[in-house]
Design a protein around this ligand. Structure first.
Ligand code: MSP
Length: 525
């Protein structure tokens, strides 16, 4: 083992059905976890639900349910979706879990005893959807600067966390850790908007509703949902509980994956809370961008929301994961369109990858009796260039994944797939097979070996993103697929007398463009 790797998703609000934006966050985090695991790290992935707060209380009331009944129902739905998406998380936390609630109380008691919390009065503009107060100057056109929704003037007695006390420490921390929050543009945003104007103390309690963890010193107040939520990253590991073995093993987190709109909480308040607790900070925060639609943000009122289930049911899990991971750029919002989905499916999956495997299996049966040649004595003029290209691209994929540029990593994999397809055109195995020259027969062996070997490597690097496709490629080639770790790229070899299957099974059948574009358009609600 190379060491531990603790990675987290944000915990999602169970206020409605999860759309492909939420699913993206989960799939992205899982792909990074599986990559690190395949590189030999002992990984732990945390996900879960952020179940307290006014928003949840209101949604429950609108559905004639108690908040607990509502979150129980939503937790069941979330678990079902992650199961359908085969998400390999290690722990699913709910902020209504007893161990979490009791640890949070202890954390707050600690803050109180250190004098980090004081009582005051809060007046400001409140965004119900984001559960967040804003000052007049933070509003954008009189609306919430984060989500653009209406805000309401509110005033209440409240407890505050003394953020100012830690301001200089935070600034120094960022100076010493310039790569703590990526992409850099997001870090610049929080500096410009929140740190440079001077940190405001954070209101951490509410007394206008009761669905939350009670302030240990004053049960008429419940704890602000963000303080409750952020601490999930440590309570899930047993921090402040009887058994903190996981905490000792995995903390500090290696990576918090979060959406771009919640960086203020993760880039300012979370580091300060941890520092106040005397704990180490996470090593990195990666703020991803959003999936948007042609007409802007996904929203039920616009009727442009896409859910993951019907995509998975019709196009398969791997195709859906592939699309989400490939379409999203590292830094900018990316637009989901039915046209793009169908195009990427047809070109990348059916044509490039699917055909490569199918052609390889077909030629292997036709030209070399279905057995992958392993005794290579004569190379073609294209072999070295092909193999150098693949080795170089694998390094590029590693670089992209090590810096969390997941879409670039997939582009890198697809450049290998294209290069191998080109190798078939360059070497023309159909001509070599007809030749009477003994040398050409030996070259044909080399081509067939290189095709199988390239597909073997492709399947290993594809595994973190498209698990069953990666395994199916090796199945069809009859290559052992029990160990899919990255090292096997170099440590494993195709064994002598490996017979591929007699009839290739297409892994992605080409879609009829018009029918499927209409189908996906029909899914938008
Ligand atoms: N509960 C808080 C997080 C607390 S973490 C301690 C929250 N929940 S959320 O359900 O509103 O959002 C969860 C995540 O989903 C965020 O990272 C958000 O960016 C992500 N997404 C929601 N819609 C999205 C898109 N359209 N595109 C990509 N990700 C988006 O915030």
């Amino acid at each position: 083992m190379k060491g531990t790797f603790y990675i987290t998703t944000p915990i999602y609000y169970p206020s409605g059905k999860f759309h492909i934006g939420t699913a993206y966050c989960e799939v992205l985090t899982e792909a990074i976890k599986k990559y690190k695991q395949s590189r030999g790290y002992d990984c732990f992935m945390l996900t879960g639900l952020d179940e307290h707060g006014q928003k949840i209380q209101t949604v429950a009331e609108n559905n004639n349910l108690t908040p607990q009944e509502h979150v129980d129902k939503m937790a069941e739905a979330a678990l079902k979706l992650w199961k359908q998406m085969d998400i390999k998380y290690d722990k699913f936390i709910r902020t209504t879990d007893d161990y979490h609630m009791s640890a949070v109380s202890k954390i707050v008691e600690r803050f109180l005893s250190q004098g980090d919390i004081y009582k005051g009065k809060y007046e400001g503009w409140y965004c119900m959807s984001d559960e967040n107060y804003f000052t007049e100057s933070q509003l954008v056109d009189g609306k919430c600067p984060d989500c653009g929704r209406e805000v309401k003037k509110m005033s209440e007695d409240a407890y505050f966390f003394n953020m100012k006390k830690y301001e200089n420490w935070l600034i120094d921390f960022y100076k010493e850790h310039p790569d703590f929050l990526v992409p850099e543009s997001r870090k610049n945003e929080i500096f410009k908007n929140f740190i440079e104007p001077g940190l405001e103390d954070l209101c951490i309690s509410r007394n206008t509703f009761d669905w939350g963890i009670k302030m240990p010193n004053d049960p008429s107040h419940v704890l602000y949902v963000w303080l409750d939520a952020l601490t999930n990253y440590i309570t899930a590991l047993g921090y402040m509980s009887e058994d903190d073995t996981l905490f000792k093993k995995y903390w500090p987190a290696d990576l918090h994956v979060v959406g771009k709109e919640i960086i203020r909480f993760h880039g300012i308040y979370w580091p300060i809370f941890l520092h106040a607790l005397g704990l180490e900070l996470p090593k990195k925060i990666f703020a991803h961008s959003w999936i948007v639609m042609k007409d802007g943000k996904m929203s039920k009122s616009v009727g442009n929301v896409i859910y993951p289930e019907p995509l998975i049911e019709r196009y398969g899990l791997d195709a859906t994961k592939y699309y989400l991971l490939r379409m999203m750029s590292f830094e900018k919002d990316s637009v989901f369109t039915p046209e793009d989905f169908v195009e990427k499916y047809n070109y990348d999956l059916a044509n490039d990858l699917g055909n490569l495997l199918n052609r390889t299996i077909g030629m292997m049966n036709k030209y070399v009796g279905g057995v992958i040649p392993t005794n290579i004595v004569v190379k073609t003029d294209f072999d070295d260039e092909l193999n150098d290209f693949i080795d170089k691209q694998i390094k590029e994929v590693e670089n992209s994944m090590d810096t969390y540029h997941v879409s670039n990593a997939l582009s890198g994999i697809w450049s290998i797939i294209s290069r191998v397809n080109k190798y078939i055109d360059e070497t023309m195995p159909w001509t070599l097979s007809k030749s009477d020259d003994e040398n050409d027969k030996l070259k044909l062996d080399s081509v067939m070996f290189n095709l199988a070997e390239s597909l073997r490597k492709i399947s290993i690097i594809l595994y973190p993103f498209m698990e069953s496709t990666a395994k199916e490629i090796l199945n069809q080639l009859n290559i052992d697929n029990n160990d899919m770790s990255w090292d096997t790229i170099t440590t494993h070899k195709i064994v002598e007398n490996t017979s591929v299957i007699e009839q290739g099974k297409p892994i992605f059948a080409r879609l009829d463009q018009e029918t499927e574009i209409d189908y996906i358009k029909g899914l938008m609600k």
